[in-house]
Design a protein around this ligand. Structure first.
Ligand SMILES: NC(=O)c1ccc[n+]([C@@H]2O[C@H](COP(=O)([O-])OP(=O)(O)OC[C@H]3O[C@@H](n4cnc5c(N)ncnc54)[C@H](O)[C@@H]3O)[C@@H](O)[C@H]2O)c1
Ligand SMILES: *[C@@H]1O[C@H](CO)[C@@H](O)[C@H](O)[C@H]1NC(C)=O
Ligand SMILES: [Zn+2]
Ligand SMILES: [Zn+2]
Length: 414
């Protein structure tokens, strides 16, 4: 019997028990509250995609998810999508201490139960897990200059890309919670500083994208580059992150947005989201920064690297106007160094990095959910595949082969 079936029989049993005690029960509400009572405080056995080893297919396993401890929230994940950073860990960095793990950091769900001392969340709340927490008390959280938090896992165990603690076990082994979130699981447990409550009207199978890629790209343009009205921009790499950066440049009022990708299939979506030009580096036999300089009388005002490739990071920098260009590194890699001639910066360029689009986790995600509901940012255009968690390896293959923007997987029924 799988986890879902086991949990539903719990539901049924408690509903039956309650109904025999109180004949007025039986509404949908009572079924929900009976379900809560059935699992709160207990270990939940459920299904999750476990990455046992690097560079191997993930395996759907039954895992045990411990009850939330003090300040923690246990969440039923409803929908999740695959981001390139999941692939980076599984297929590129492959850090030996980073396995077994449950990947996934772009998800949305419903609070199942809360640990002691949690007042901000209640069972039934719609939430989005955050790979970048916001404690609201540390000197970073209190500063408007950064979205980093001193309590973030990234400050402790960057190389294995996992939270410090884990509430997961499988076959007697402790399993890491990738990026502190692990959304490729029916249930997950997260500290309340890394969870944000969202508008109950939000469709979870769409807003799950705001857990990473869309906020990252959009915010990199709006918050980090601070794209100006009437400016010229270049976006390198048109996955969800780059396409969201295009959307951010457009929202900020850019006049010209040059979208760059080695995959010509990306041109159409980029134009839908606001790109005015598309350039495929493979169509040119000179360096891409020379092509961009030629198109823009010396370079763009703002460039954004959304690939995670150090050579592209240099191209993006050199594509920006020498006198005042701002270039932002958004793509992720922790495997290679970059070296440049100081001259590239001395004349006036600014080189920046952006994590999670400069958004403070809790505030930013809740704000972007609101913007989606008010139709100020688009999400539906990014979803190219609807799947279920069982198809996780297919979703990983699609992303690996650049055949999707985002594949959204249903994890649990809502
Ligand atoms: N900074 C952050 O907080 C943060 C957050 C999320 C993701 N990321 C990173 O952002 C990057 C993009 O993520 P994604 O999910 O959109 O990935 P993706 O794989 O969907 O998109 C990458 C795109 O880059 C294109 N590309 C590859 N090589 C290129 C080249 N030489 N020139 C131009 N385009 C090229 C690919 O064709 C693809 O369209 C990844 O490195 C990911 O790890 C960073
Ligand atoms: C995915 O499902 C949604 C309904 O939630 C639908 O609107 C959308 O068209 C589907 N997308 C694809 C690519 O199948
Ligand atoms: Zn991501
Ligand atoms: Zn903090």
């Amino acid at each position: 019997m799988d986890g879902i079936a086991r949990i539903s029989s719990f539901f049924l049993l408690s509903v039956l028990l309650q109904s025999s005690l109180n004949s007025s029960l039986g509404s949908a509400q009572s079924i929900i509250s009976a379900g809560k009572m059935a699992t709160a405080g207990k270990v939940i056995k459920c299904r999750a995609a476990v990455a046992w080893e690097p560079d191997q297919p993930v395996v759907i396993e039954e895992i045990e998810v411990a009850p939330p401890q003090a300040s923690e929230v246990r969440i039923k994940i409803v929908a999740t999508s695959v981001c390139h950073s999941d692939l980076y860990h599984l297929l590129q960095s492959m850090h030996k201490d980073g396995f077994p793990t449950v990947l996934g950091h772009e998800g949305a769900g419903i609070v199942e139960s809360v640990g002691s001392g949690v007042t901000e969340f209640q069972p039934g709340d719609k939430v989005i897990p955050l790979f970048l927490c916001q404690c609201k008390e540390c000197r970073f959280c209190k500063s408007p200059r950064t979205n980093q938090c001193e309590r973030a896992w990234t400050r402790v165990r960057q190389e294995i890309m996992a939270g410090v603690e884990s509430r997961f076990t499988c076959k007697g082994k402790r399993v890491h919670q990738f990026m502190g979130t692990s959304t490729f699981s029916e249930y997950t447990v997260i500290n309340q500083i890394a969870v944000t409550k969202i508008d109950p009207a939000a469709p979870l199978d769409k807003v799950c994208l705001l857990g990473c890629g869309i906020c990252t790209g959009y915010g990199a343009a709006v918050n980090t580059a601070k794209v100006e009205p009437g400016s010229t921009c270049a976006v390198f790499g048109l996955g969800a992150v780059g396409l969201a950066a295009v959307m951010g440049c457009k929202a900020a009022g850019a006049k010209r947005i040059i979208a760059i990708d080695i995959n010509p299939d990306k041109a159409e979506k980029a134009k839908v989201l606001g790109a005015t030009d598309f350039v495929n580096p493979k169509d040119h036999n000179k360096p891409i920064h020379e092509v961009i300089a030629g198109m823009t009388n010396g370079g763009v005002d703002f460039s954004l690297e959304c690939v995670g490739n150090v050579e592209v990071m240099l191209s993006a920098l050199e594509s920006s106007m020498e006198a005042w260009g701002v270039s932002v590194i958004v793509g992720w890699t922790d495997m290679y160094d970059i070296s440049i001639r100081p001259r590239h910066l001395i004349c006036g360029r600014t080189w920046k990095g952006s994590m999670f689009g400069g958004f403070k986790g809790k505030d930013g995600v809740a704000e972007m959910v609101k913007a989606y509901l008010e139709k100020k940012v688009r999400l539906d255009e990014f979803i190219t595949h609807n799947m279920t968690l069982d198809q996780i390896n297919d979703a990983i293959e699609l992303m690996k082969n650049c055949k999707c923007i985002r594949a959204v997987m249903t994890v649990s029924p809502q």
